[in-house]
Ligand binder design. Sequence first.
Ligand SMILES: *Cc1c(COP(=O)(O)O)cnc(C)c1O
Length: 399
Amino acid sequence: MSTDAADIQALESEHLLQVYRRIPIVLDRGEGSRLYDTDGEPYLDFVSGLGVASMGHANPDLAEALADQAKTLLHTSNLYFHPLQGQVGERLARLSGLARVFFCNSGTEAVEGCLKFARRYWYSQGVQHRTRFVALERSFHGRTLGALSTTAEPGYRAPFAPLLDVTFVSPDDPAAVEAALTDEVAALIVEPIQGEGGVWPLSNDVAEAITAGCRRSGTLLIADEIQCGLGRTGVAFHSATLGLEPDLMSLGKALGGGVPIGAVLMSQAVADAVSPGDHGTTYGGNLLSCRAALVFLDMLEHGGLERIRAAGDRLGQGLEAIVGRHNVVREVRGAGLMRGVVMTEEAAIAVVAGAQERRLLVNRTGGNVVRMLPPLTVSDSEIDQALDILEQSLAAYAG
Ligand SMILES: *Cc1c(COP(=O)(O)O)cnc(C)c1O
């Protein structure tokens, strides 16, 4: 097996489905907020595998727990009990106030679960016409057919039509959001901060319209917290910051710190509608992924949230200062350790490339936004370094 970067890329391009536009860096090691390529070159990682490496890379607590679990028991299927699902479920319920959890393996599967359980809820109420979904423009909820149906991006949708019947409304128009919630809608799905669409926090006006519309029409609310939840903004779930009271919540990304796991949290009322056999998955909540989630939740609950709040403030203040110094930056959006630096598309492309040359990994989302999504364990000095490199890259672009 070759460790040469060119050989690794050639092998992939011969055998893998060409569905990703990969950046030509081959990474084979990490430590904390650093990644190393095959030449041993270090990168400061402000992508964190799209918000997944929540505890940093090669986290010793996680590594030890996973090795121990691998030597004990990895998987049993959901035919039997094991000791860990209940423990993770109890802690997620305590953090969210939602009574019950269903475990799956990815974000998109968690969204599928939310959509199915919402349909199941109305079916068990005997309300058979209440099958439609409402989602927001700029939304991203995943790539499987149900989740894709609630994802706004036309380029992702068109090749796979027809999809589920979903009404998209503008997240900038509270009245339109309210009006879309009728007694034909099973559920409204929203990201409290839209991630892939360009780091757009929901406004308080829209959050109020959602609460009012759901209350009036009885529409269920699904909060997709896959990217913005689980501590990313310094609170357990960003929907709470907006005053939203979701009936269902989708989780993924940060929860396993790199081990694939997703989860659907739901109210007791929704859970009551679901019967044994209605839904399921082979891997969901196996011992390996639950063990990882327990390490993550330990980190979060034992000082993690406070630390993230402080780190998020530092990043936010540093970015606000940069806005003032660089005309090319229009604004900074987001919260905590989820930030989008808004510029032109041309500038965003150049700044991401410039940062990479200076060994900082950030990525572009929503076309013209440079997104910063570091590990939740990122240190103050790493934040300062990232801000420095971002500023150098902006200056280099400005000429
Ligand atoms: C990443 C993401 C998803 C999809 O998760 P996968 O694990 O890639 O399937 C869904 N919703 C949001 C908000 C996301 O950021």
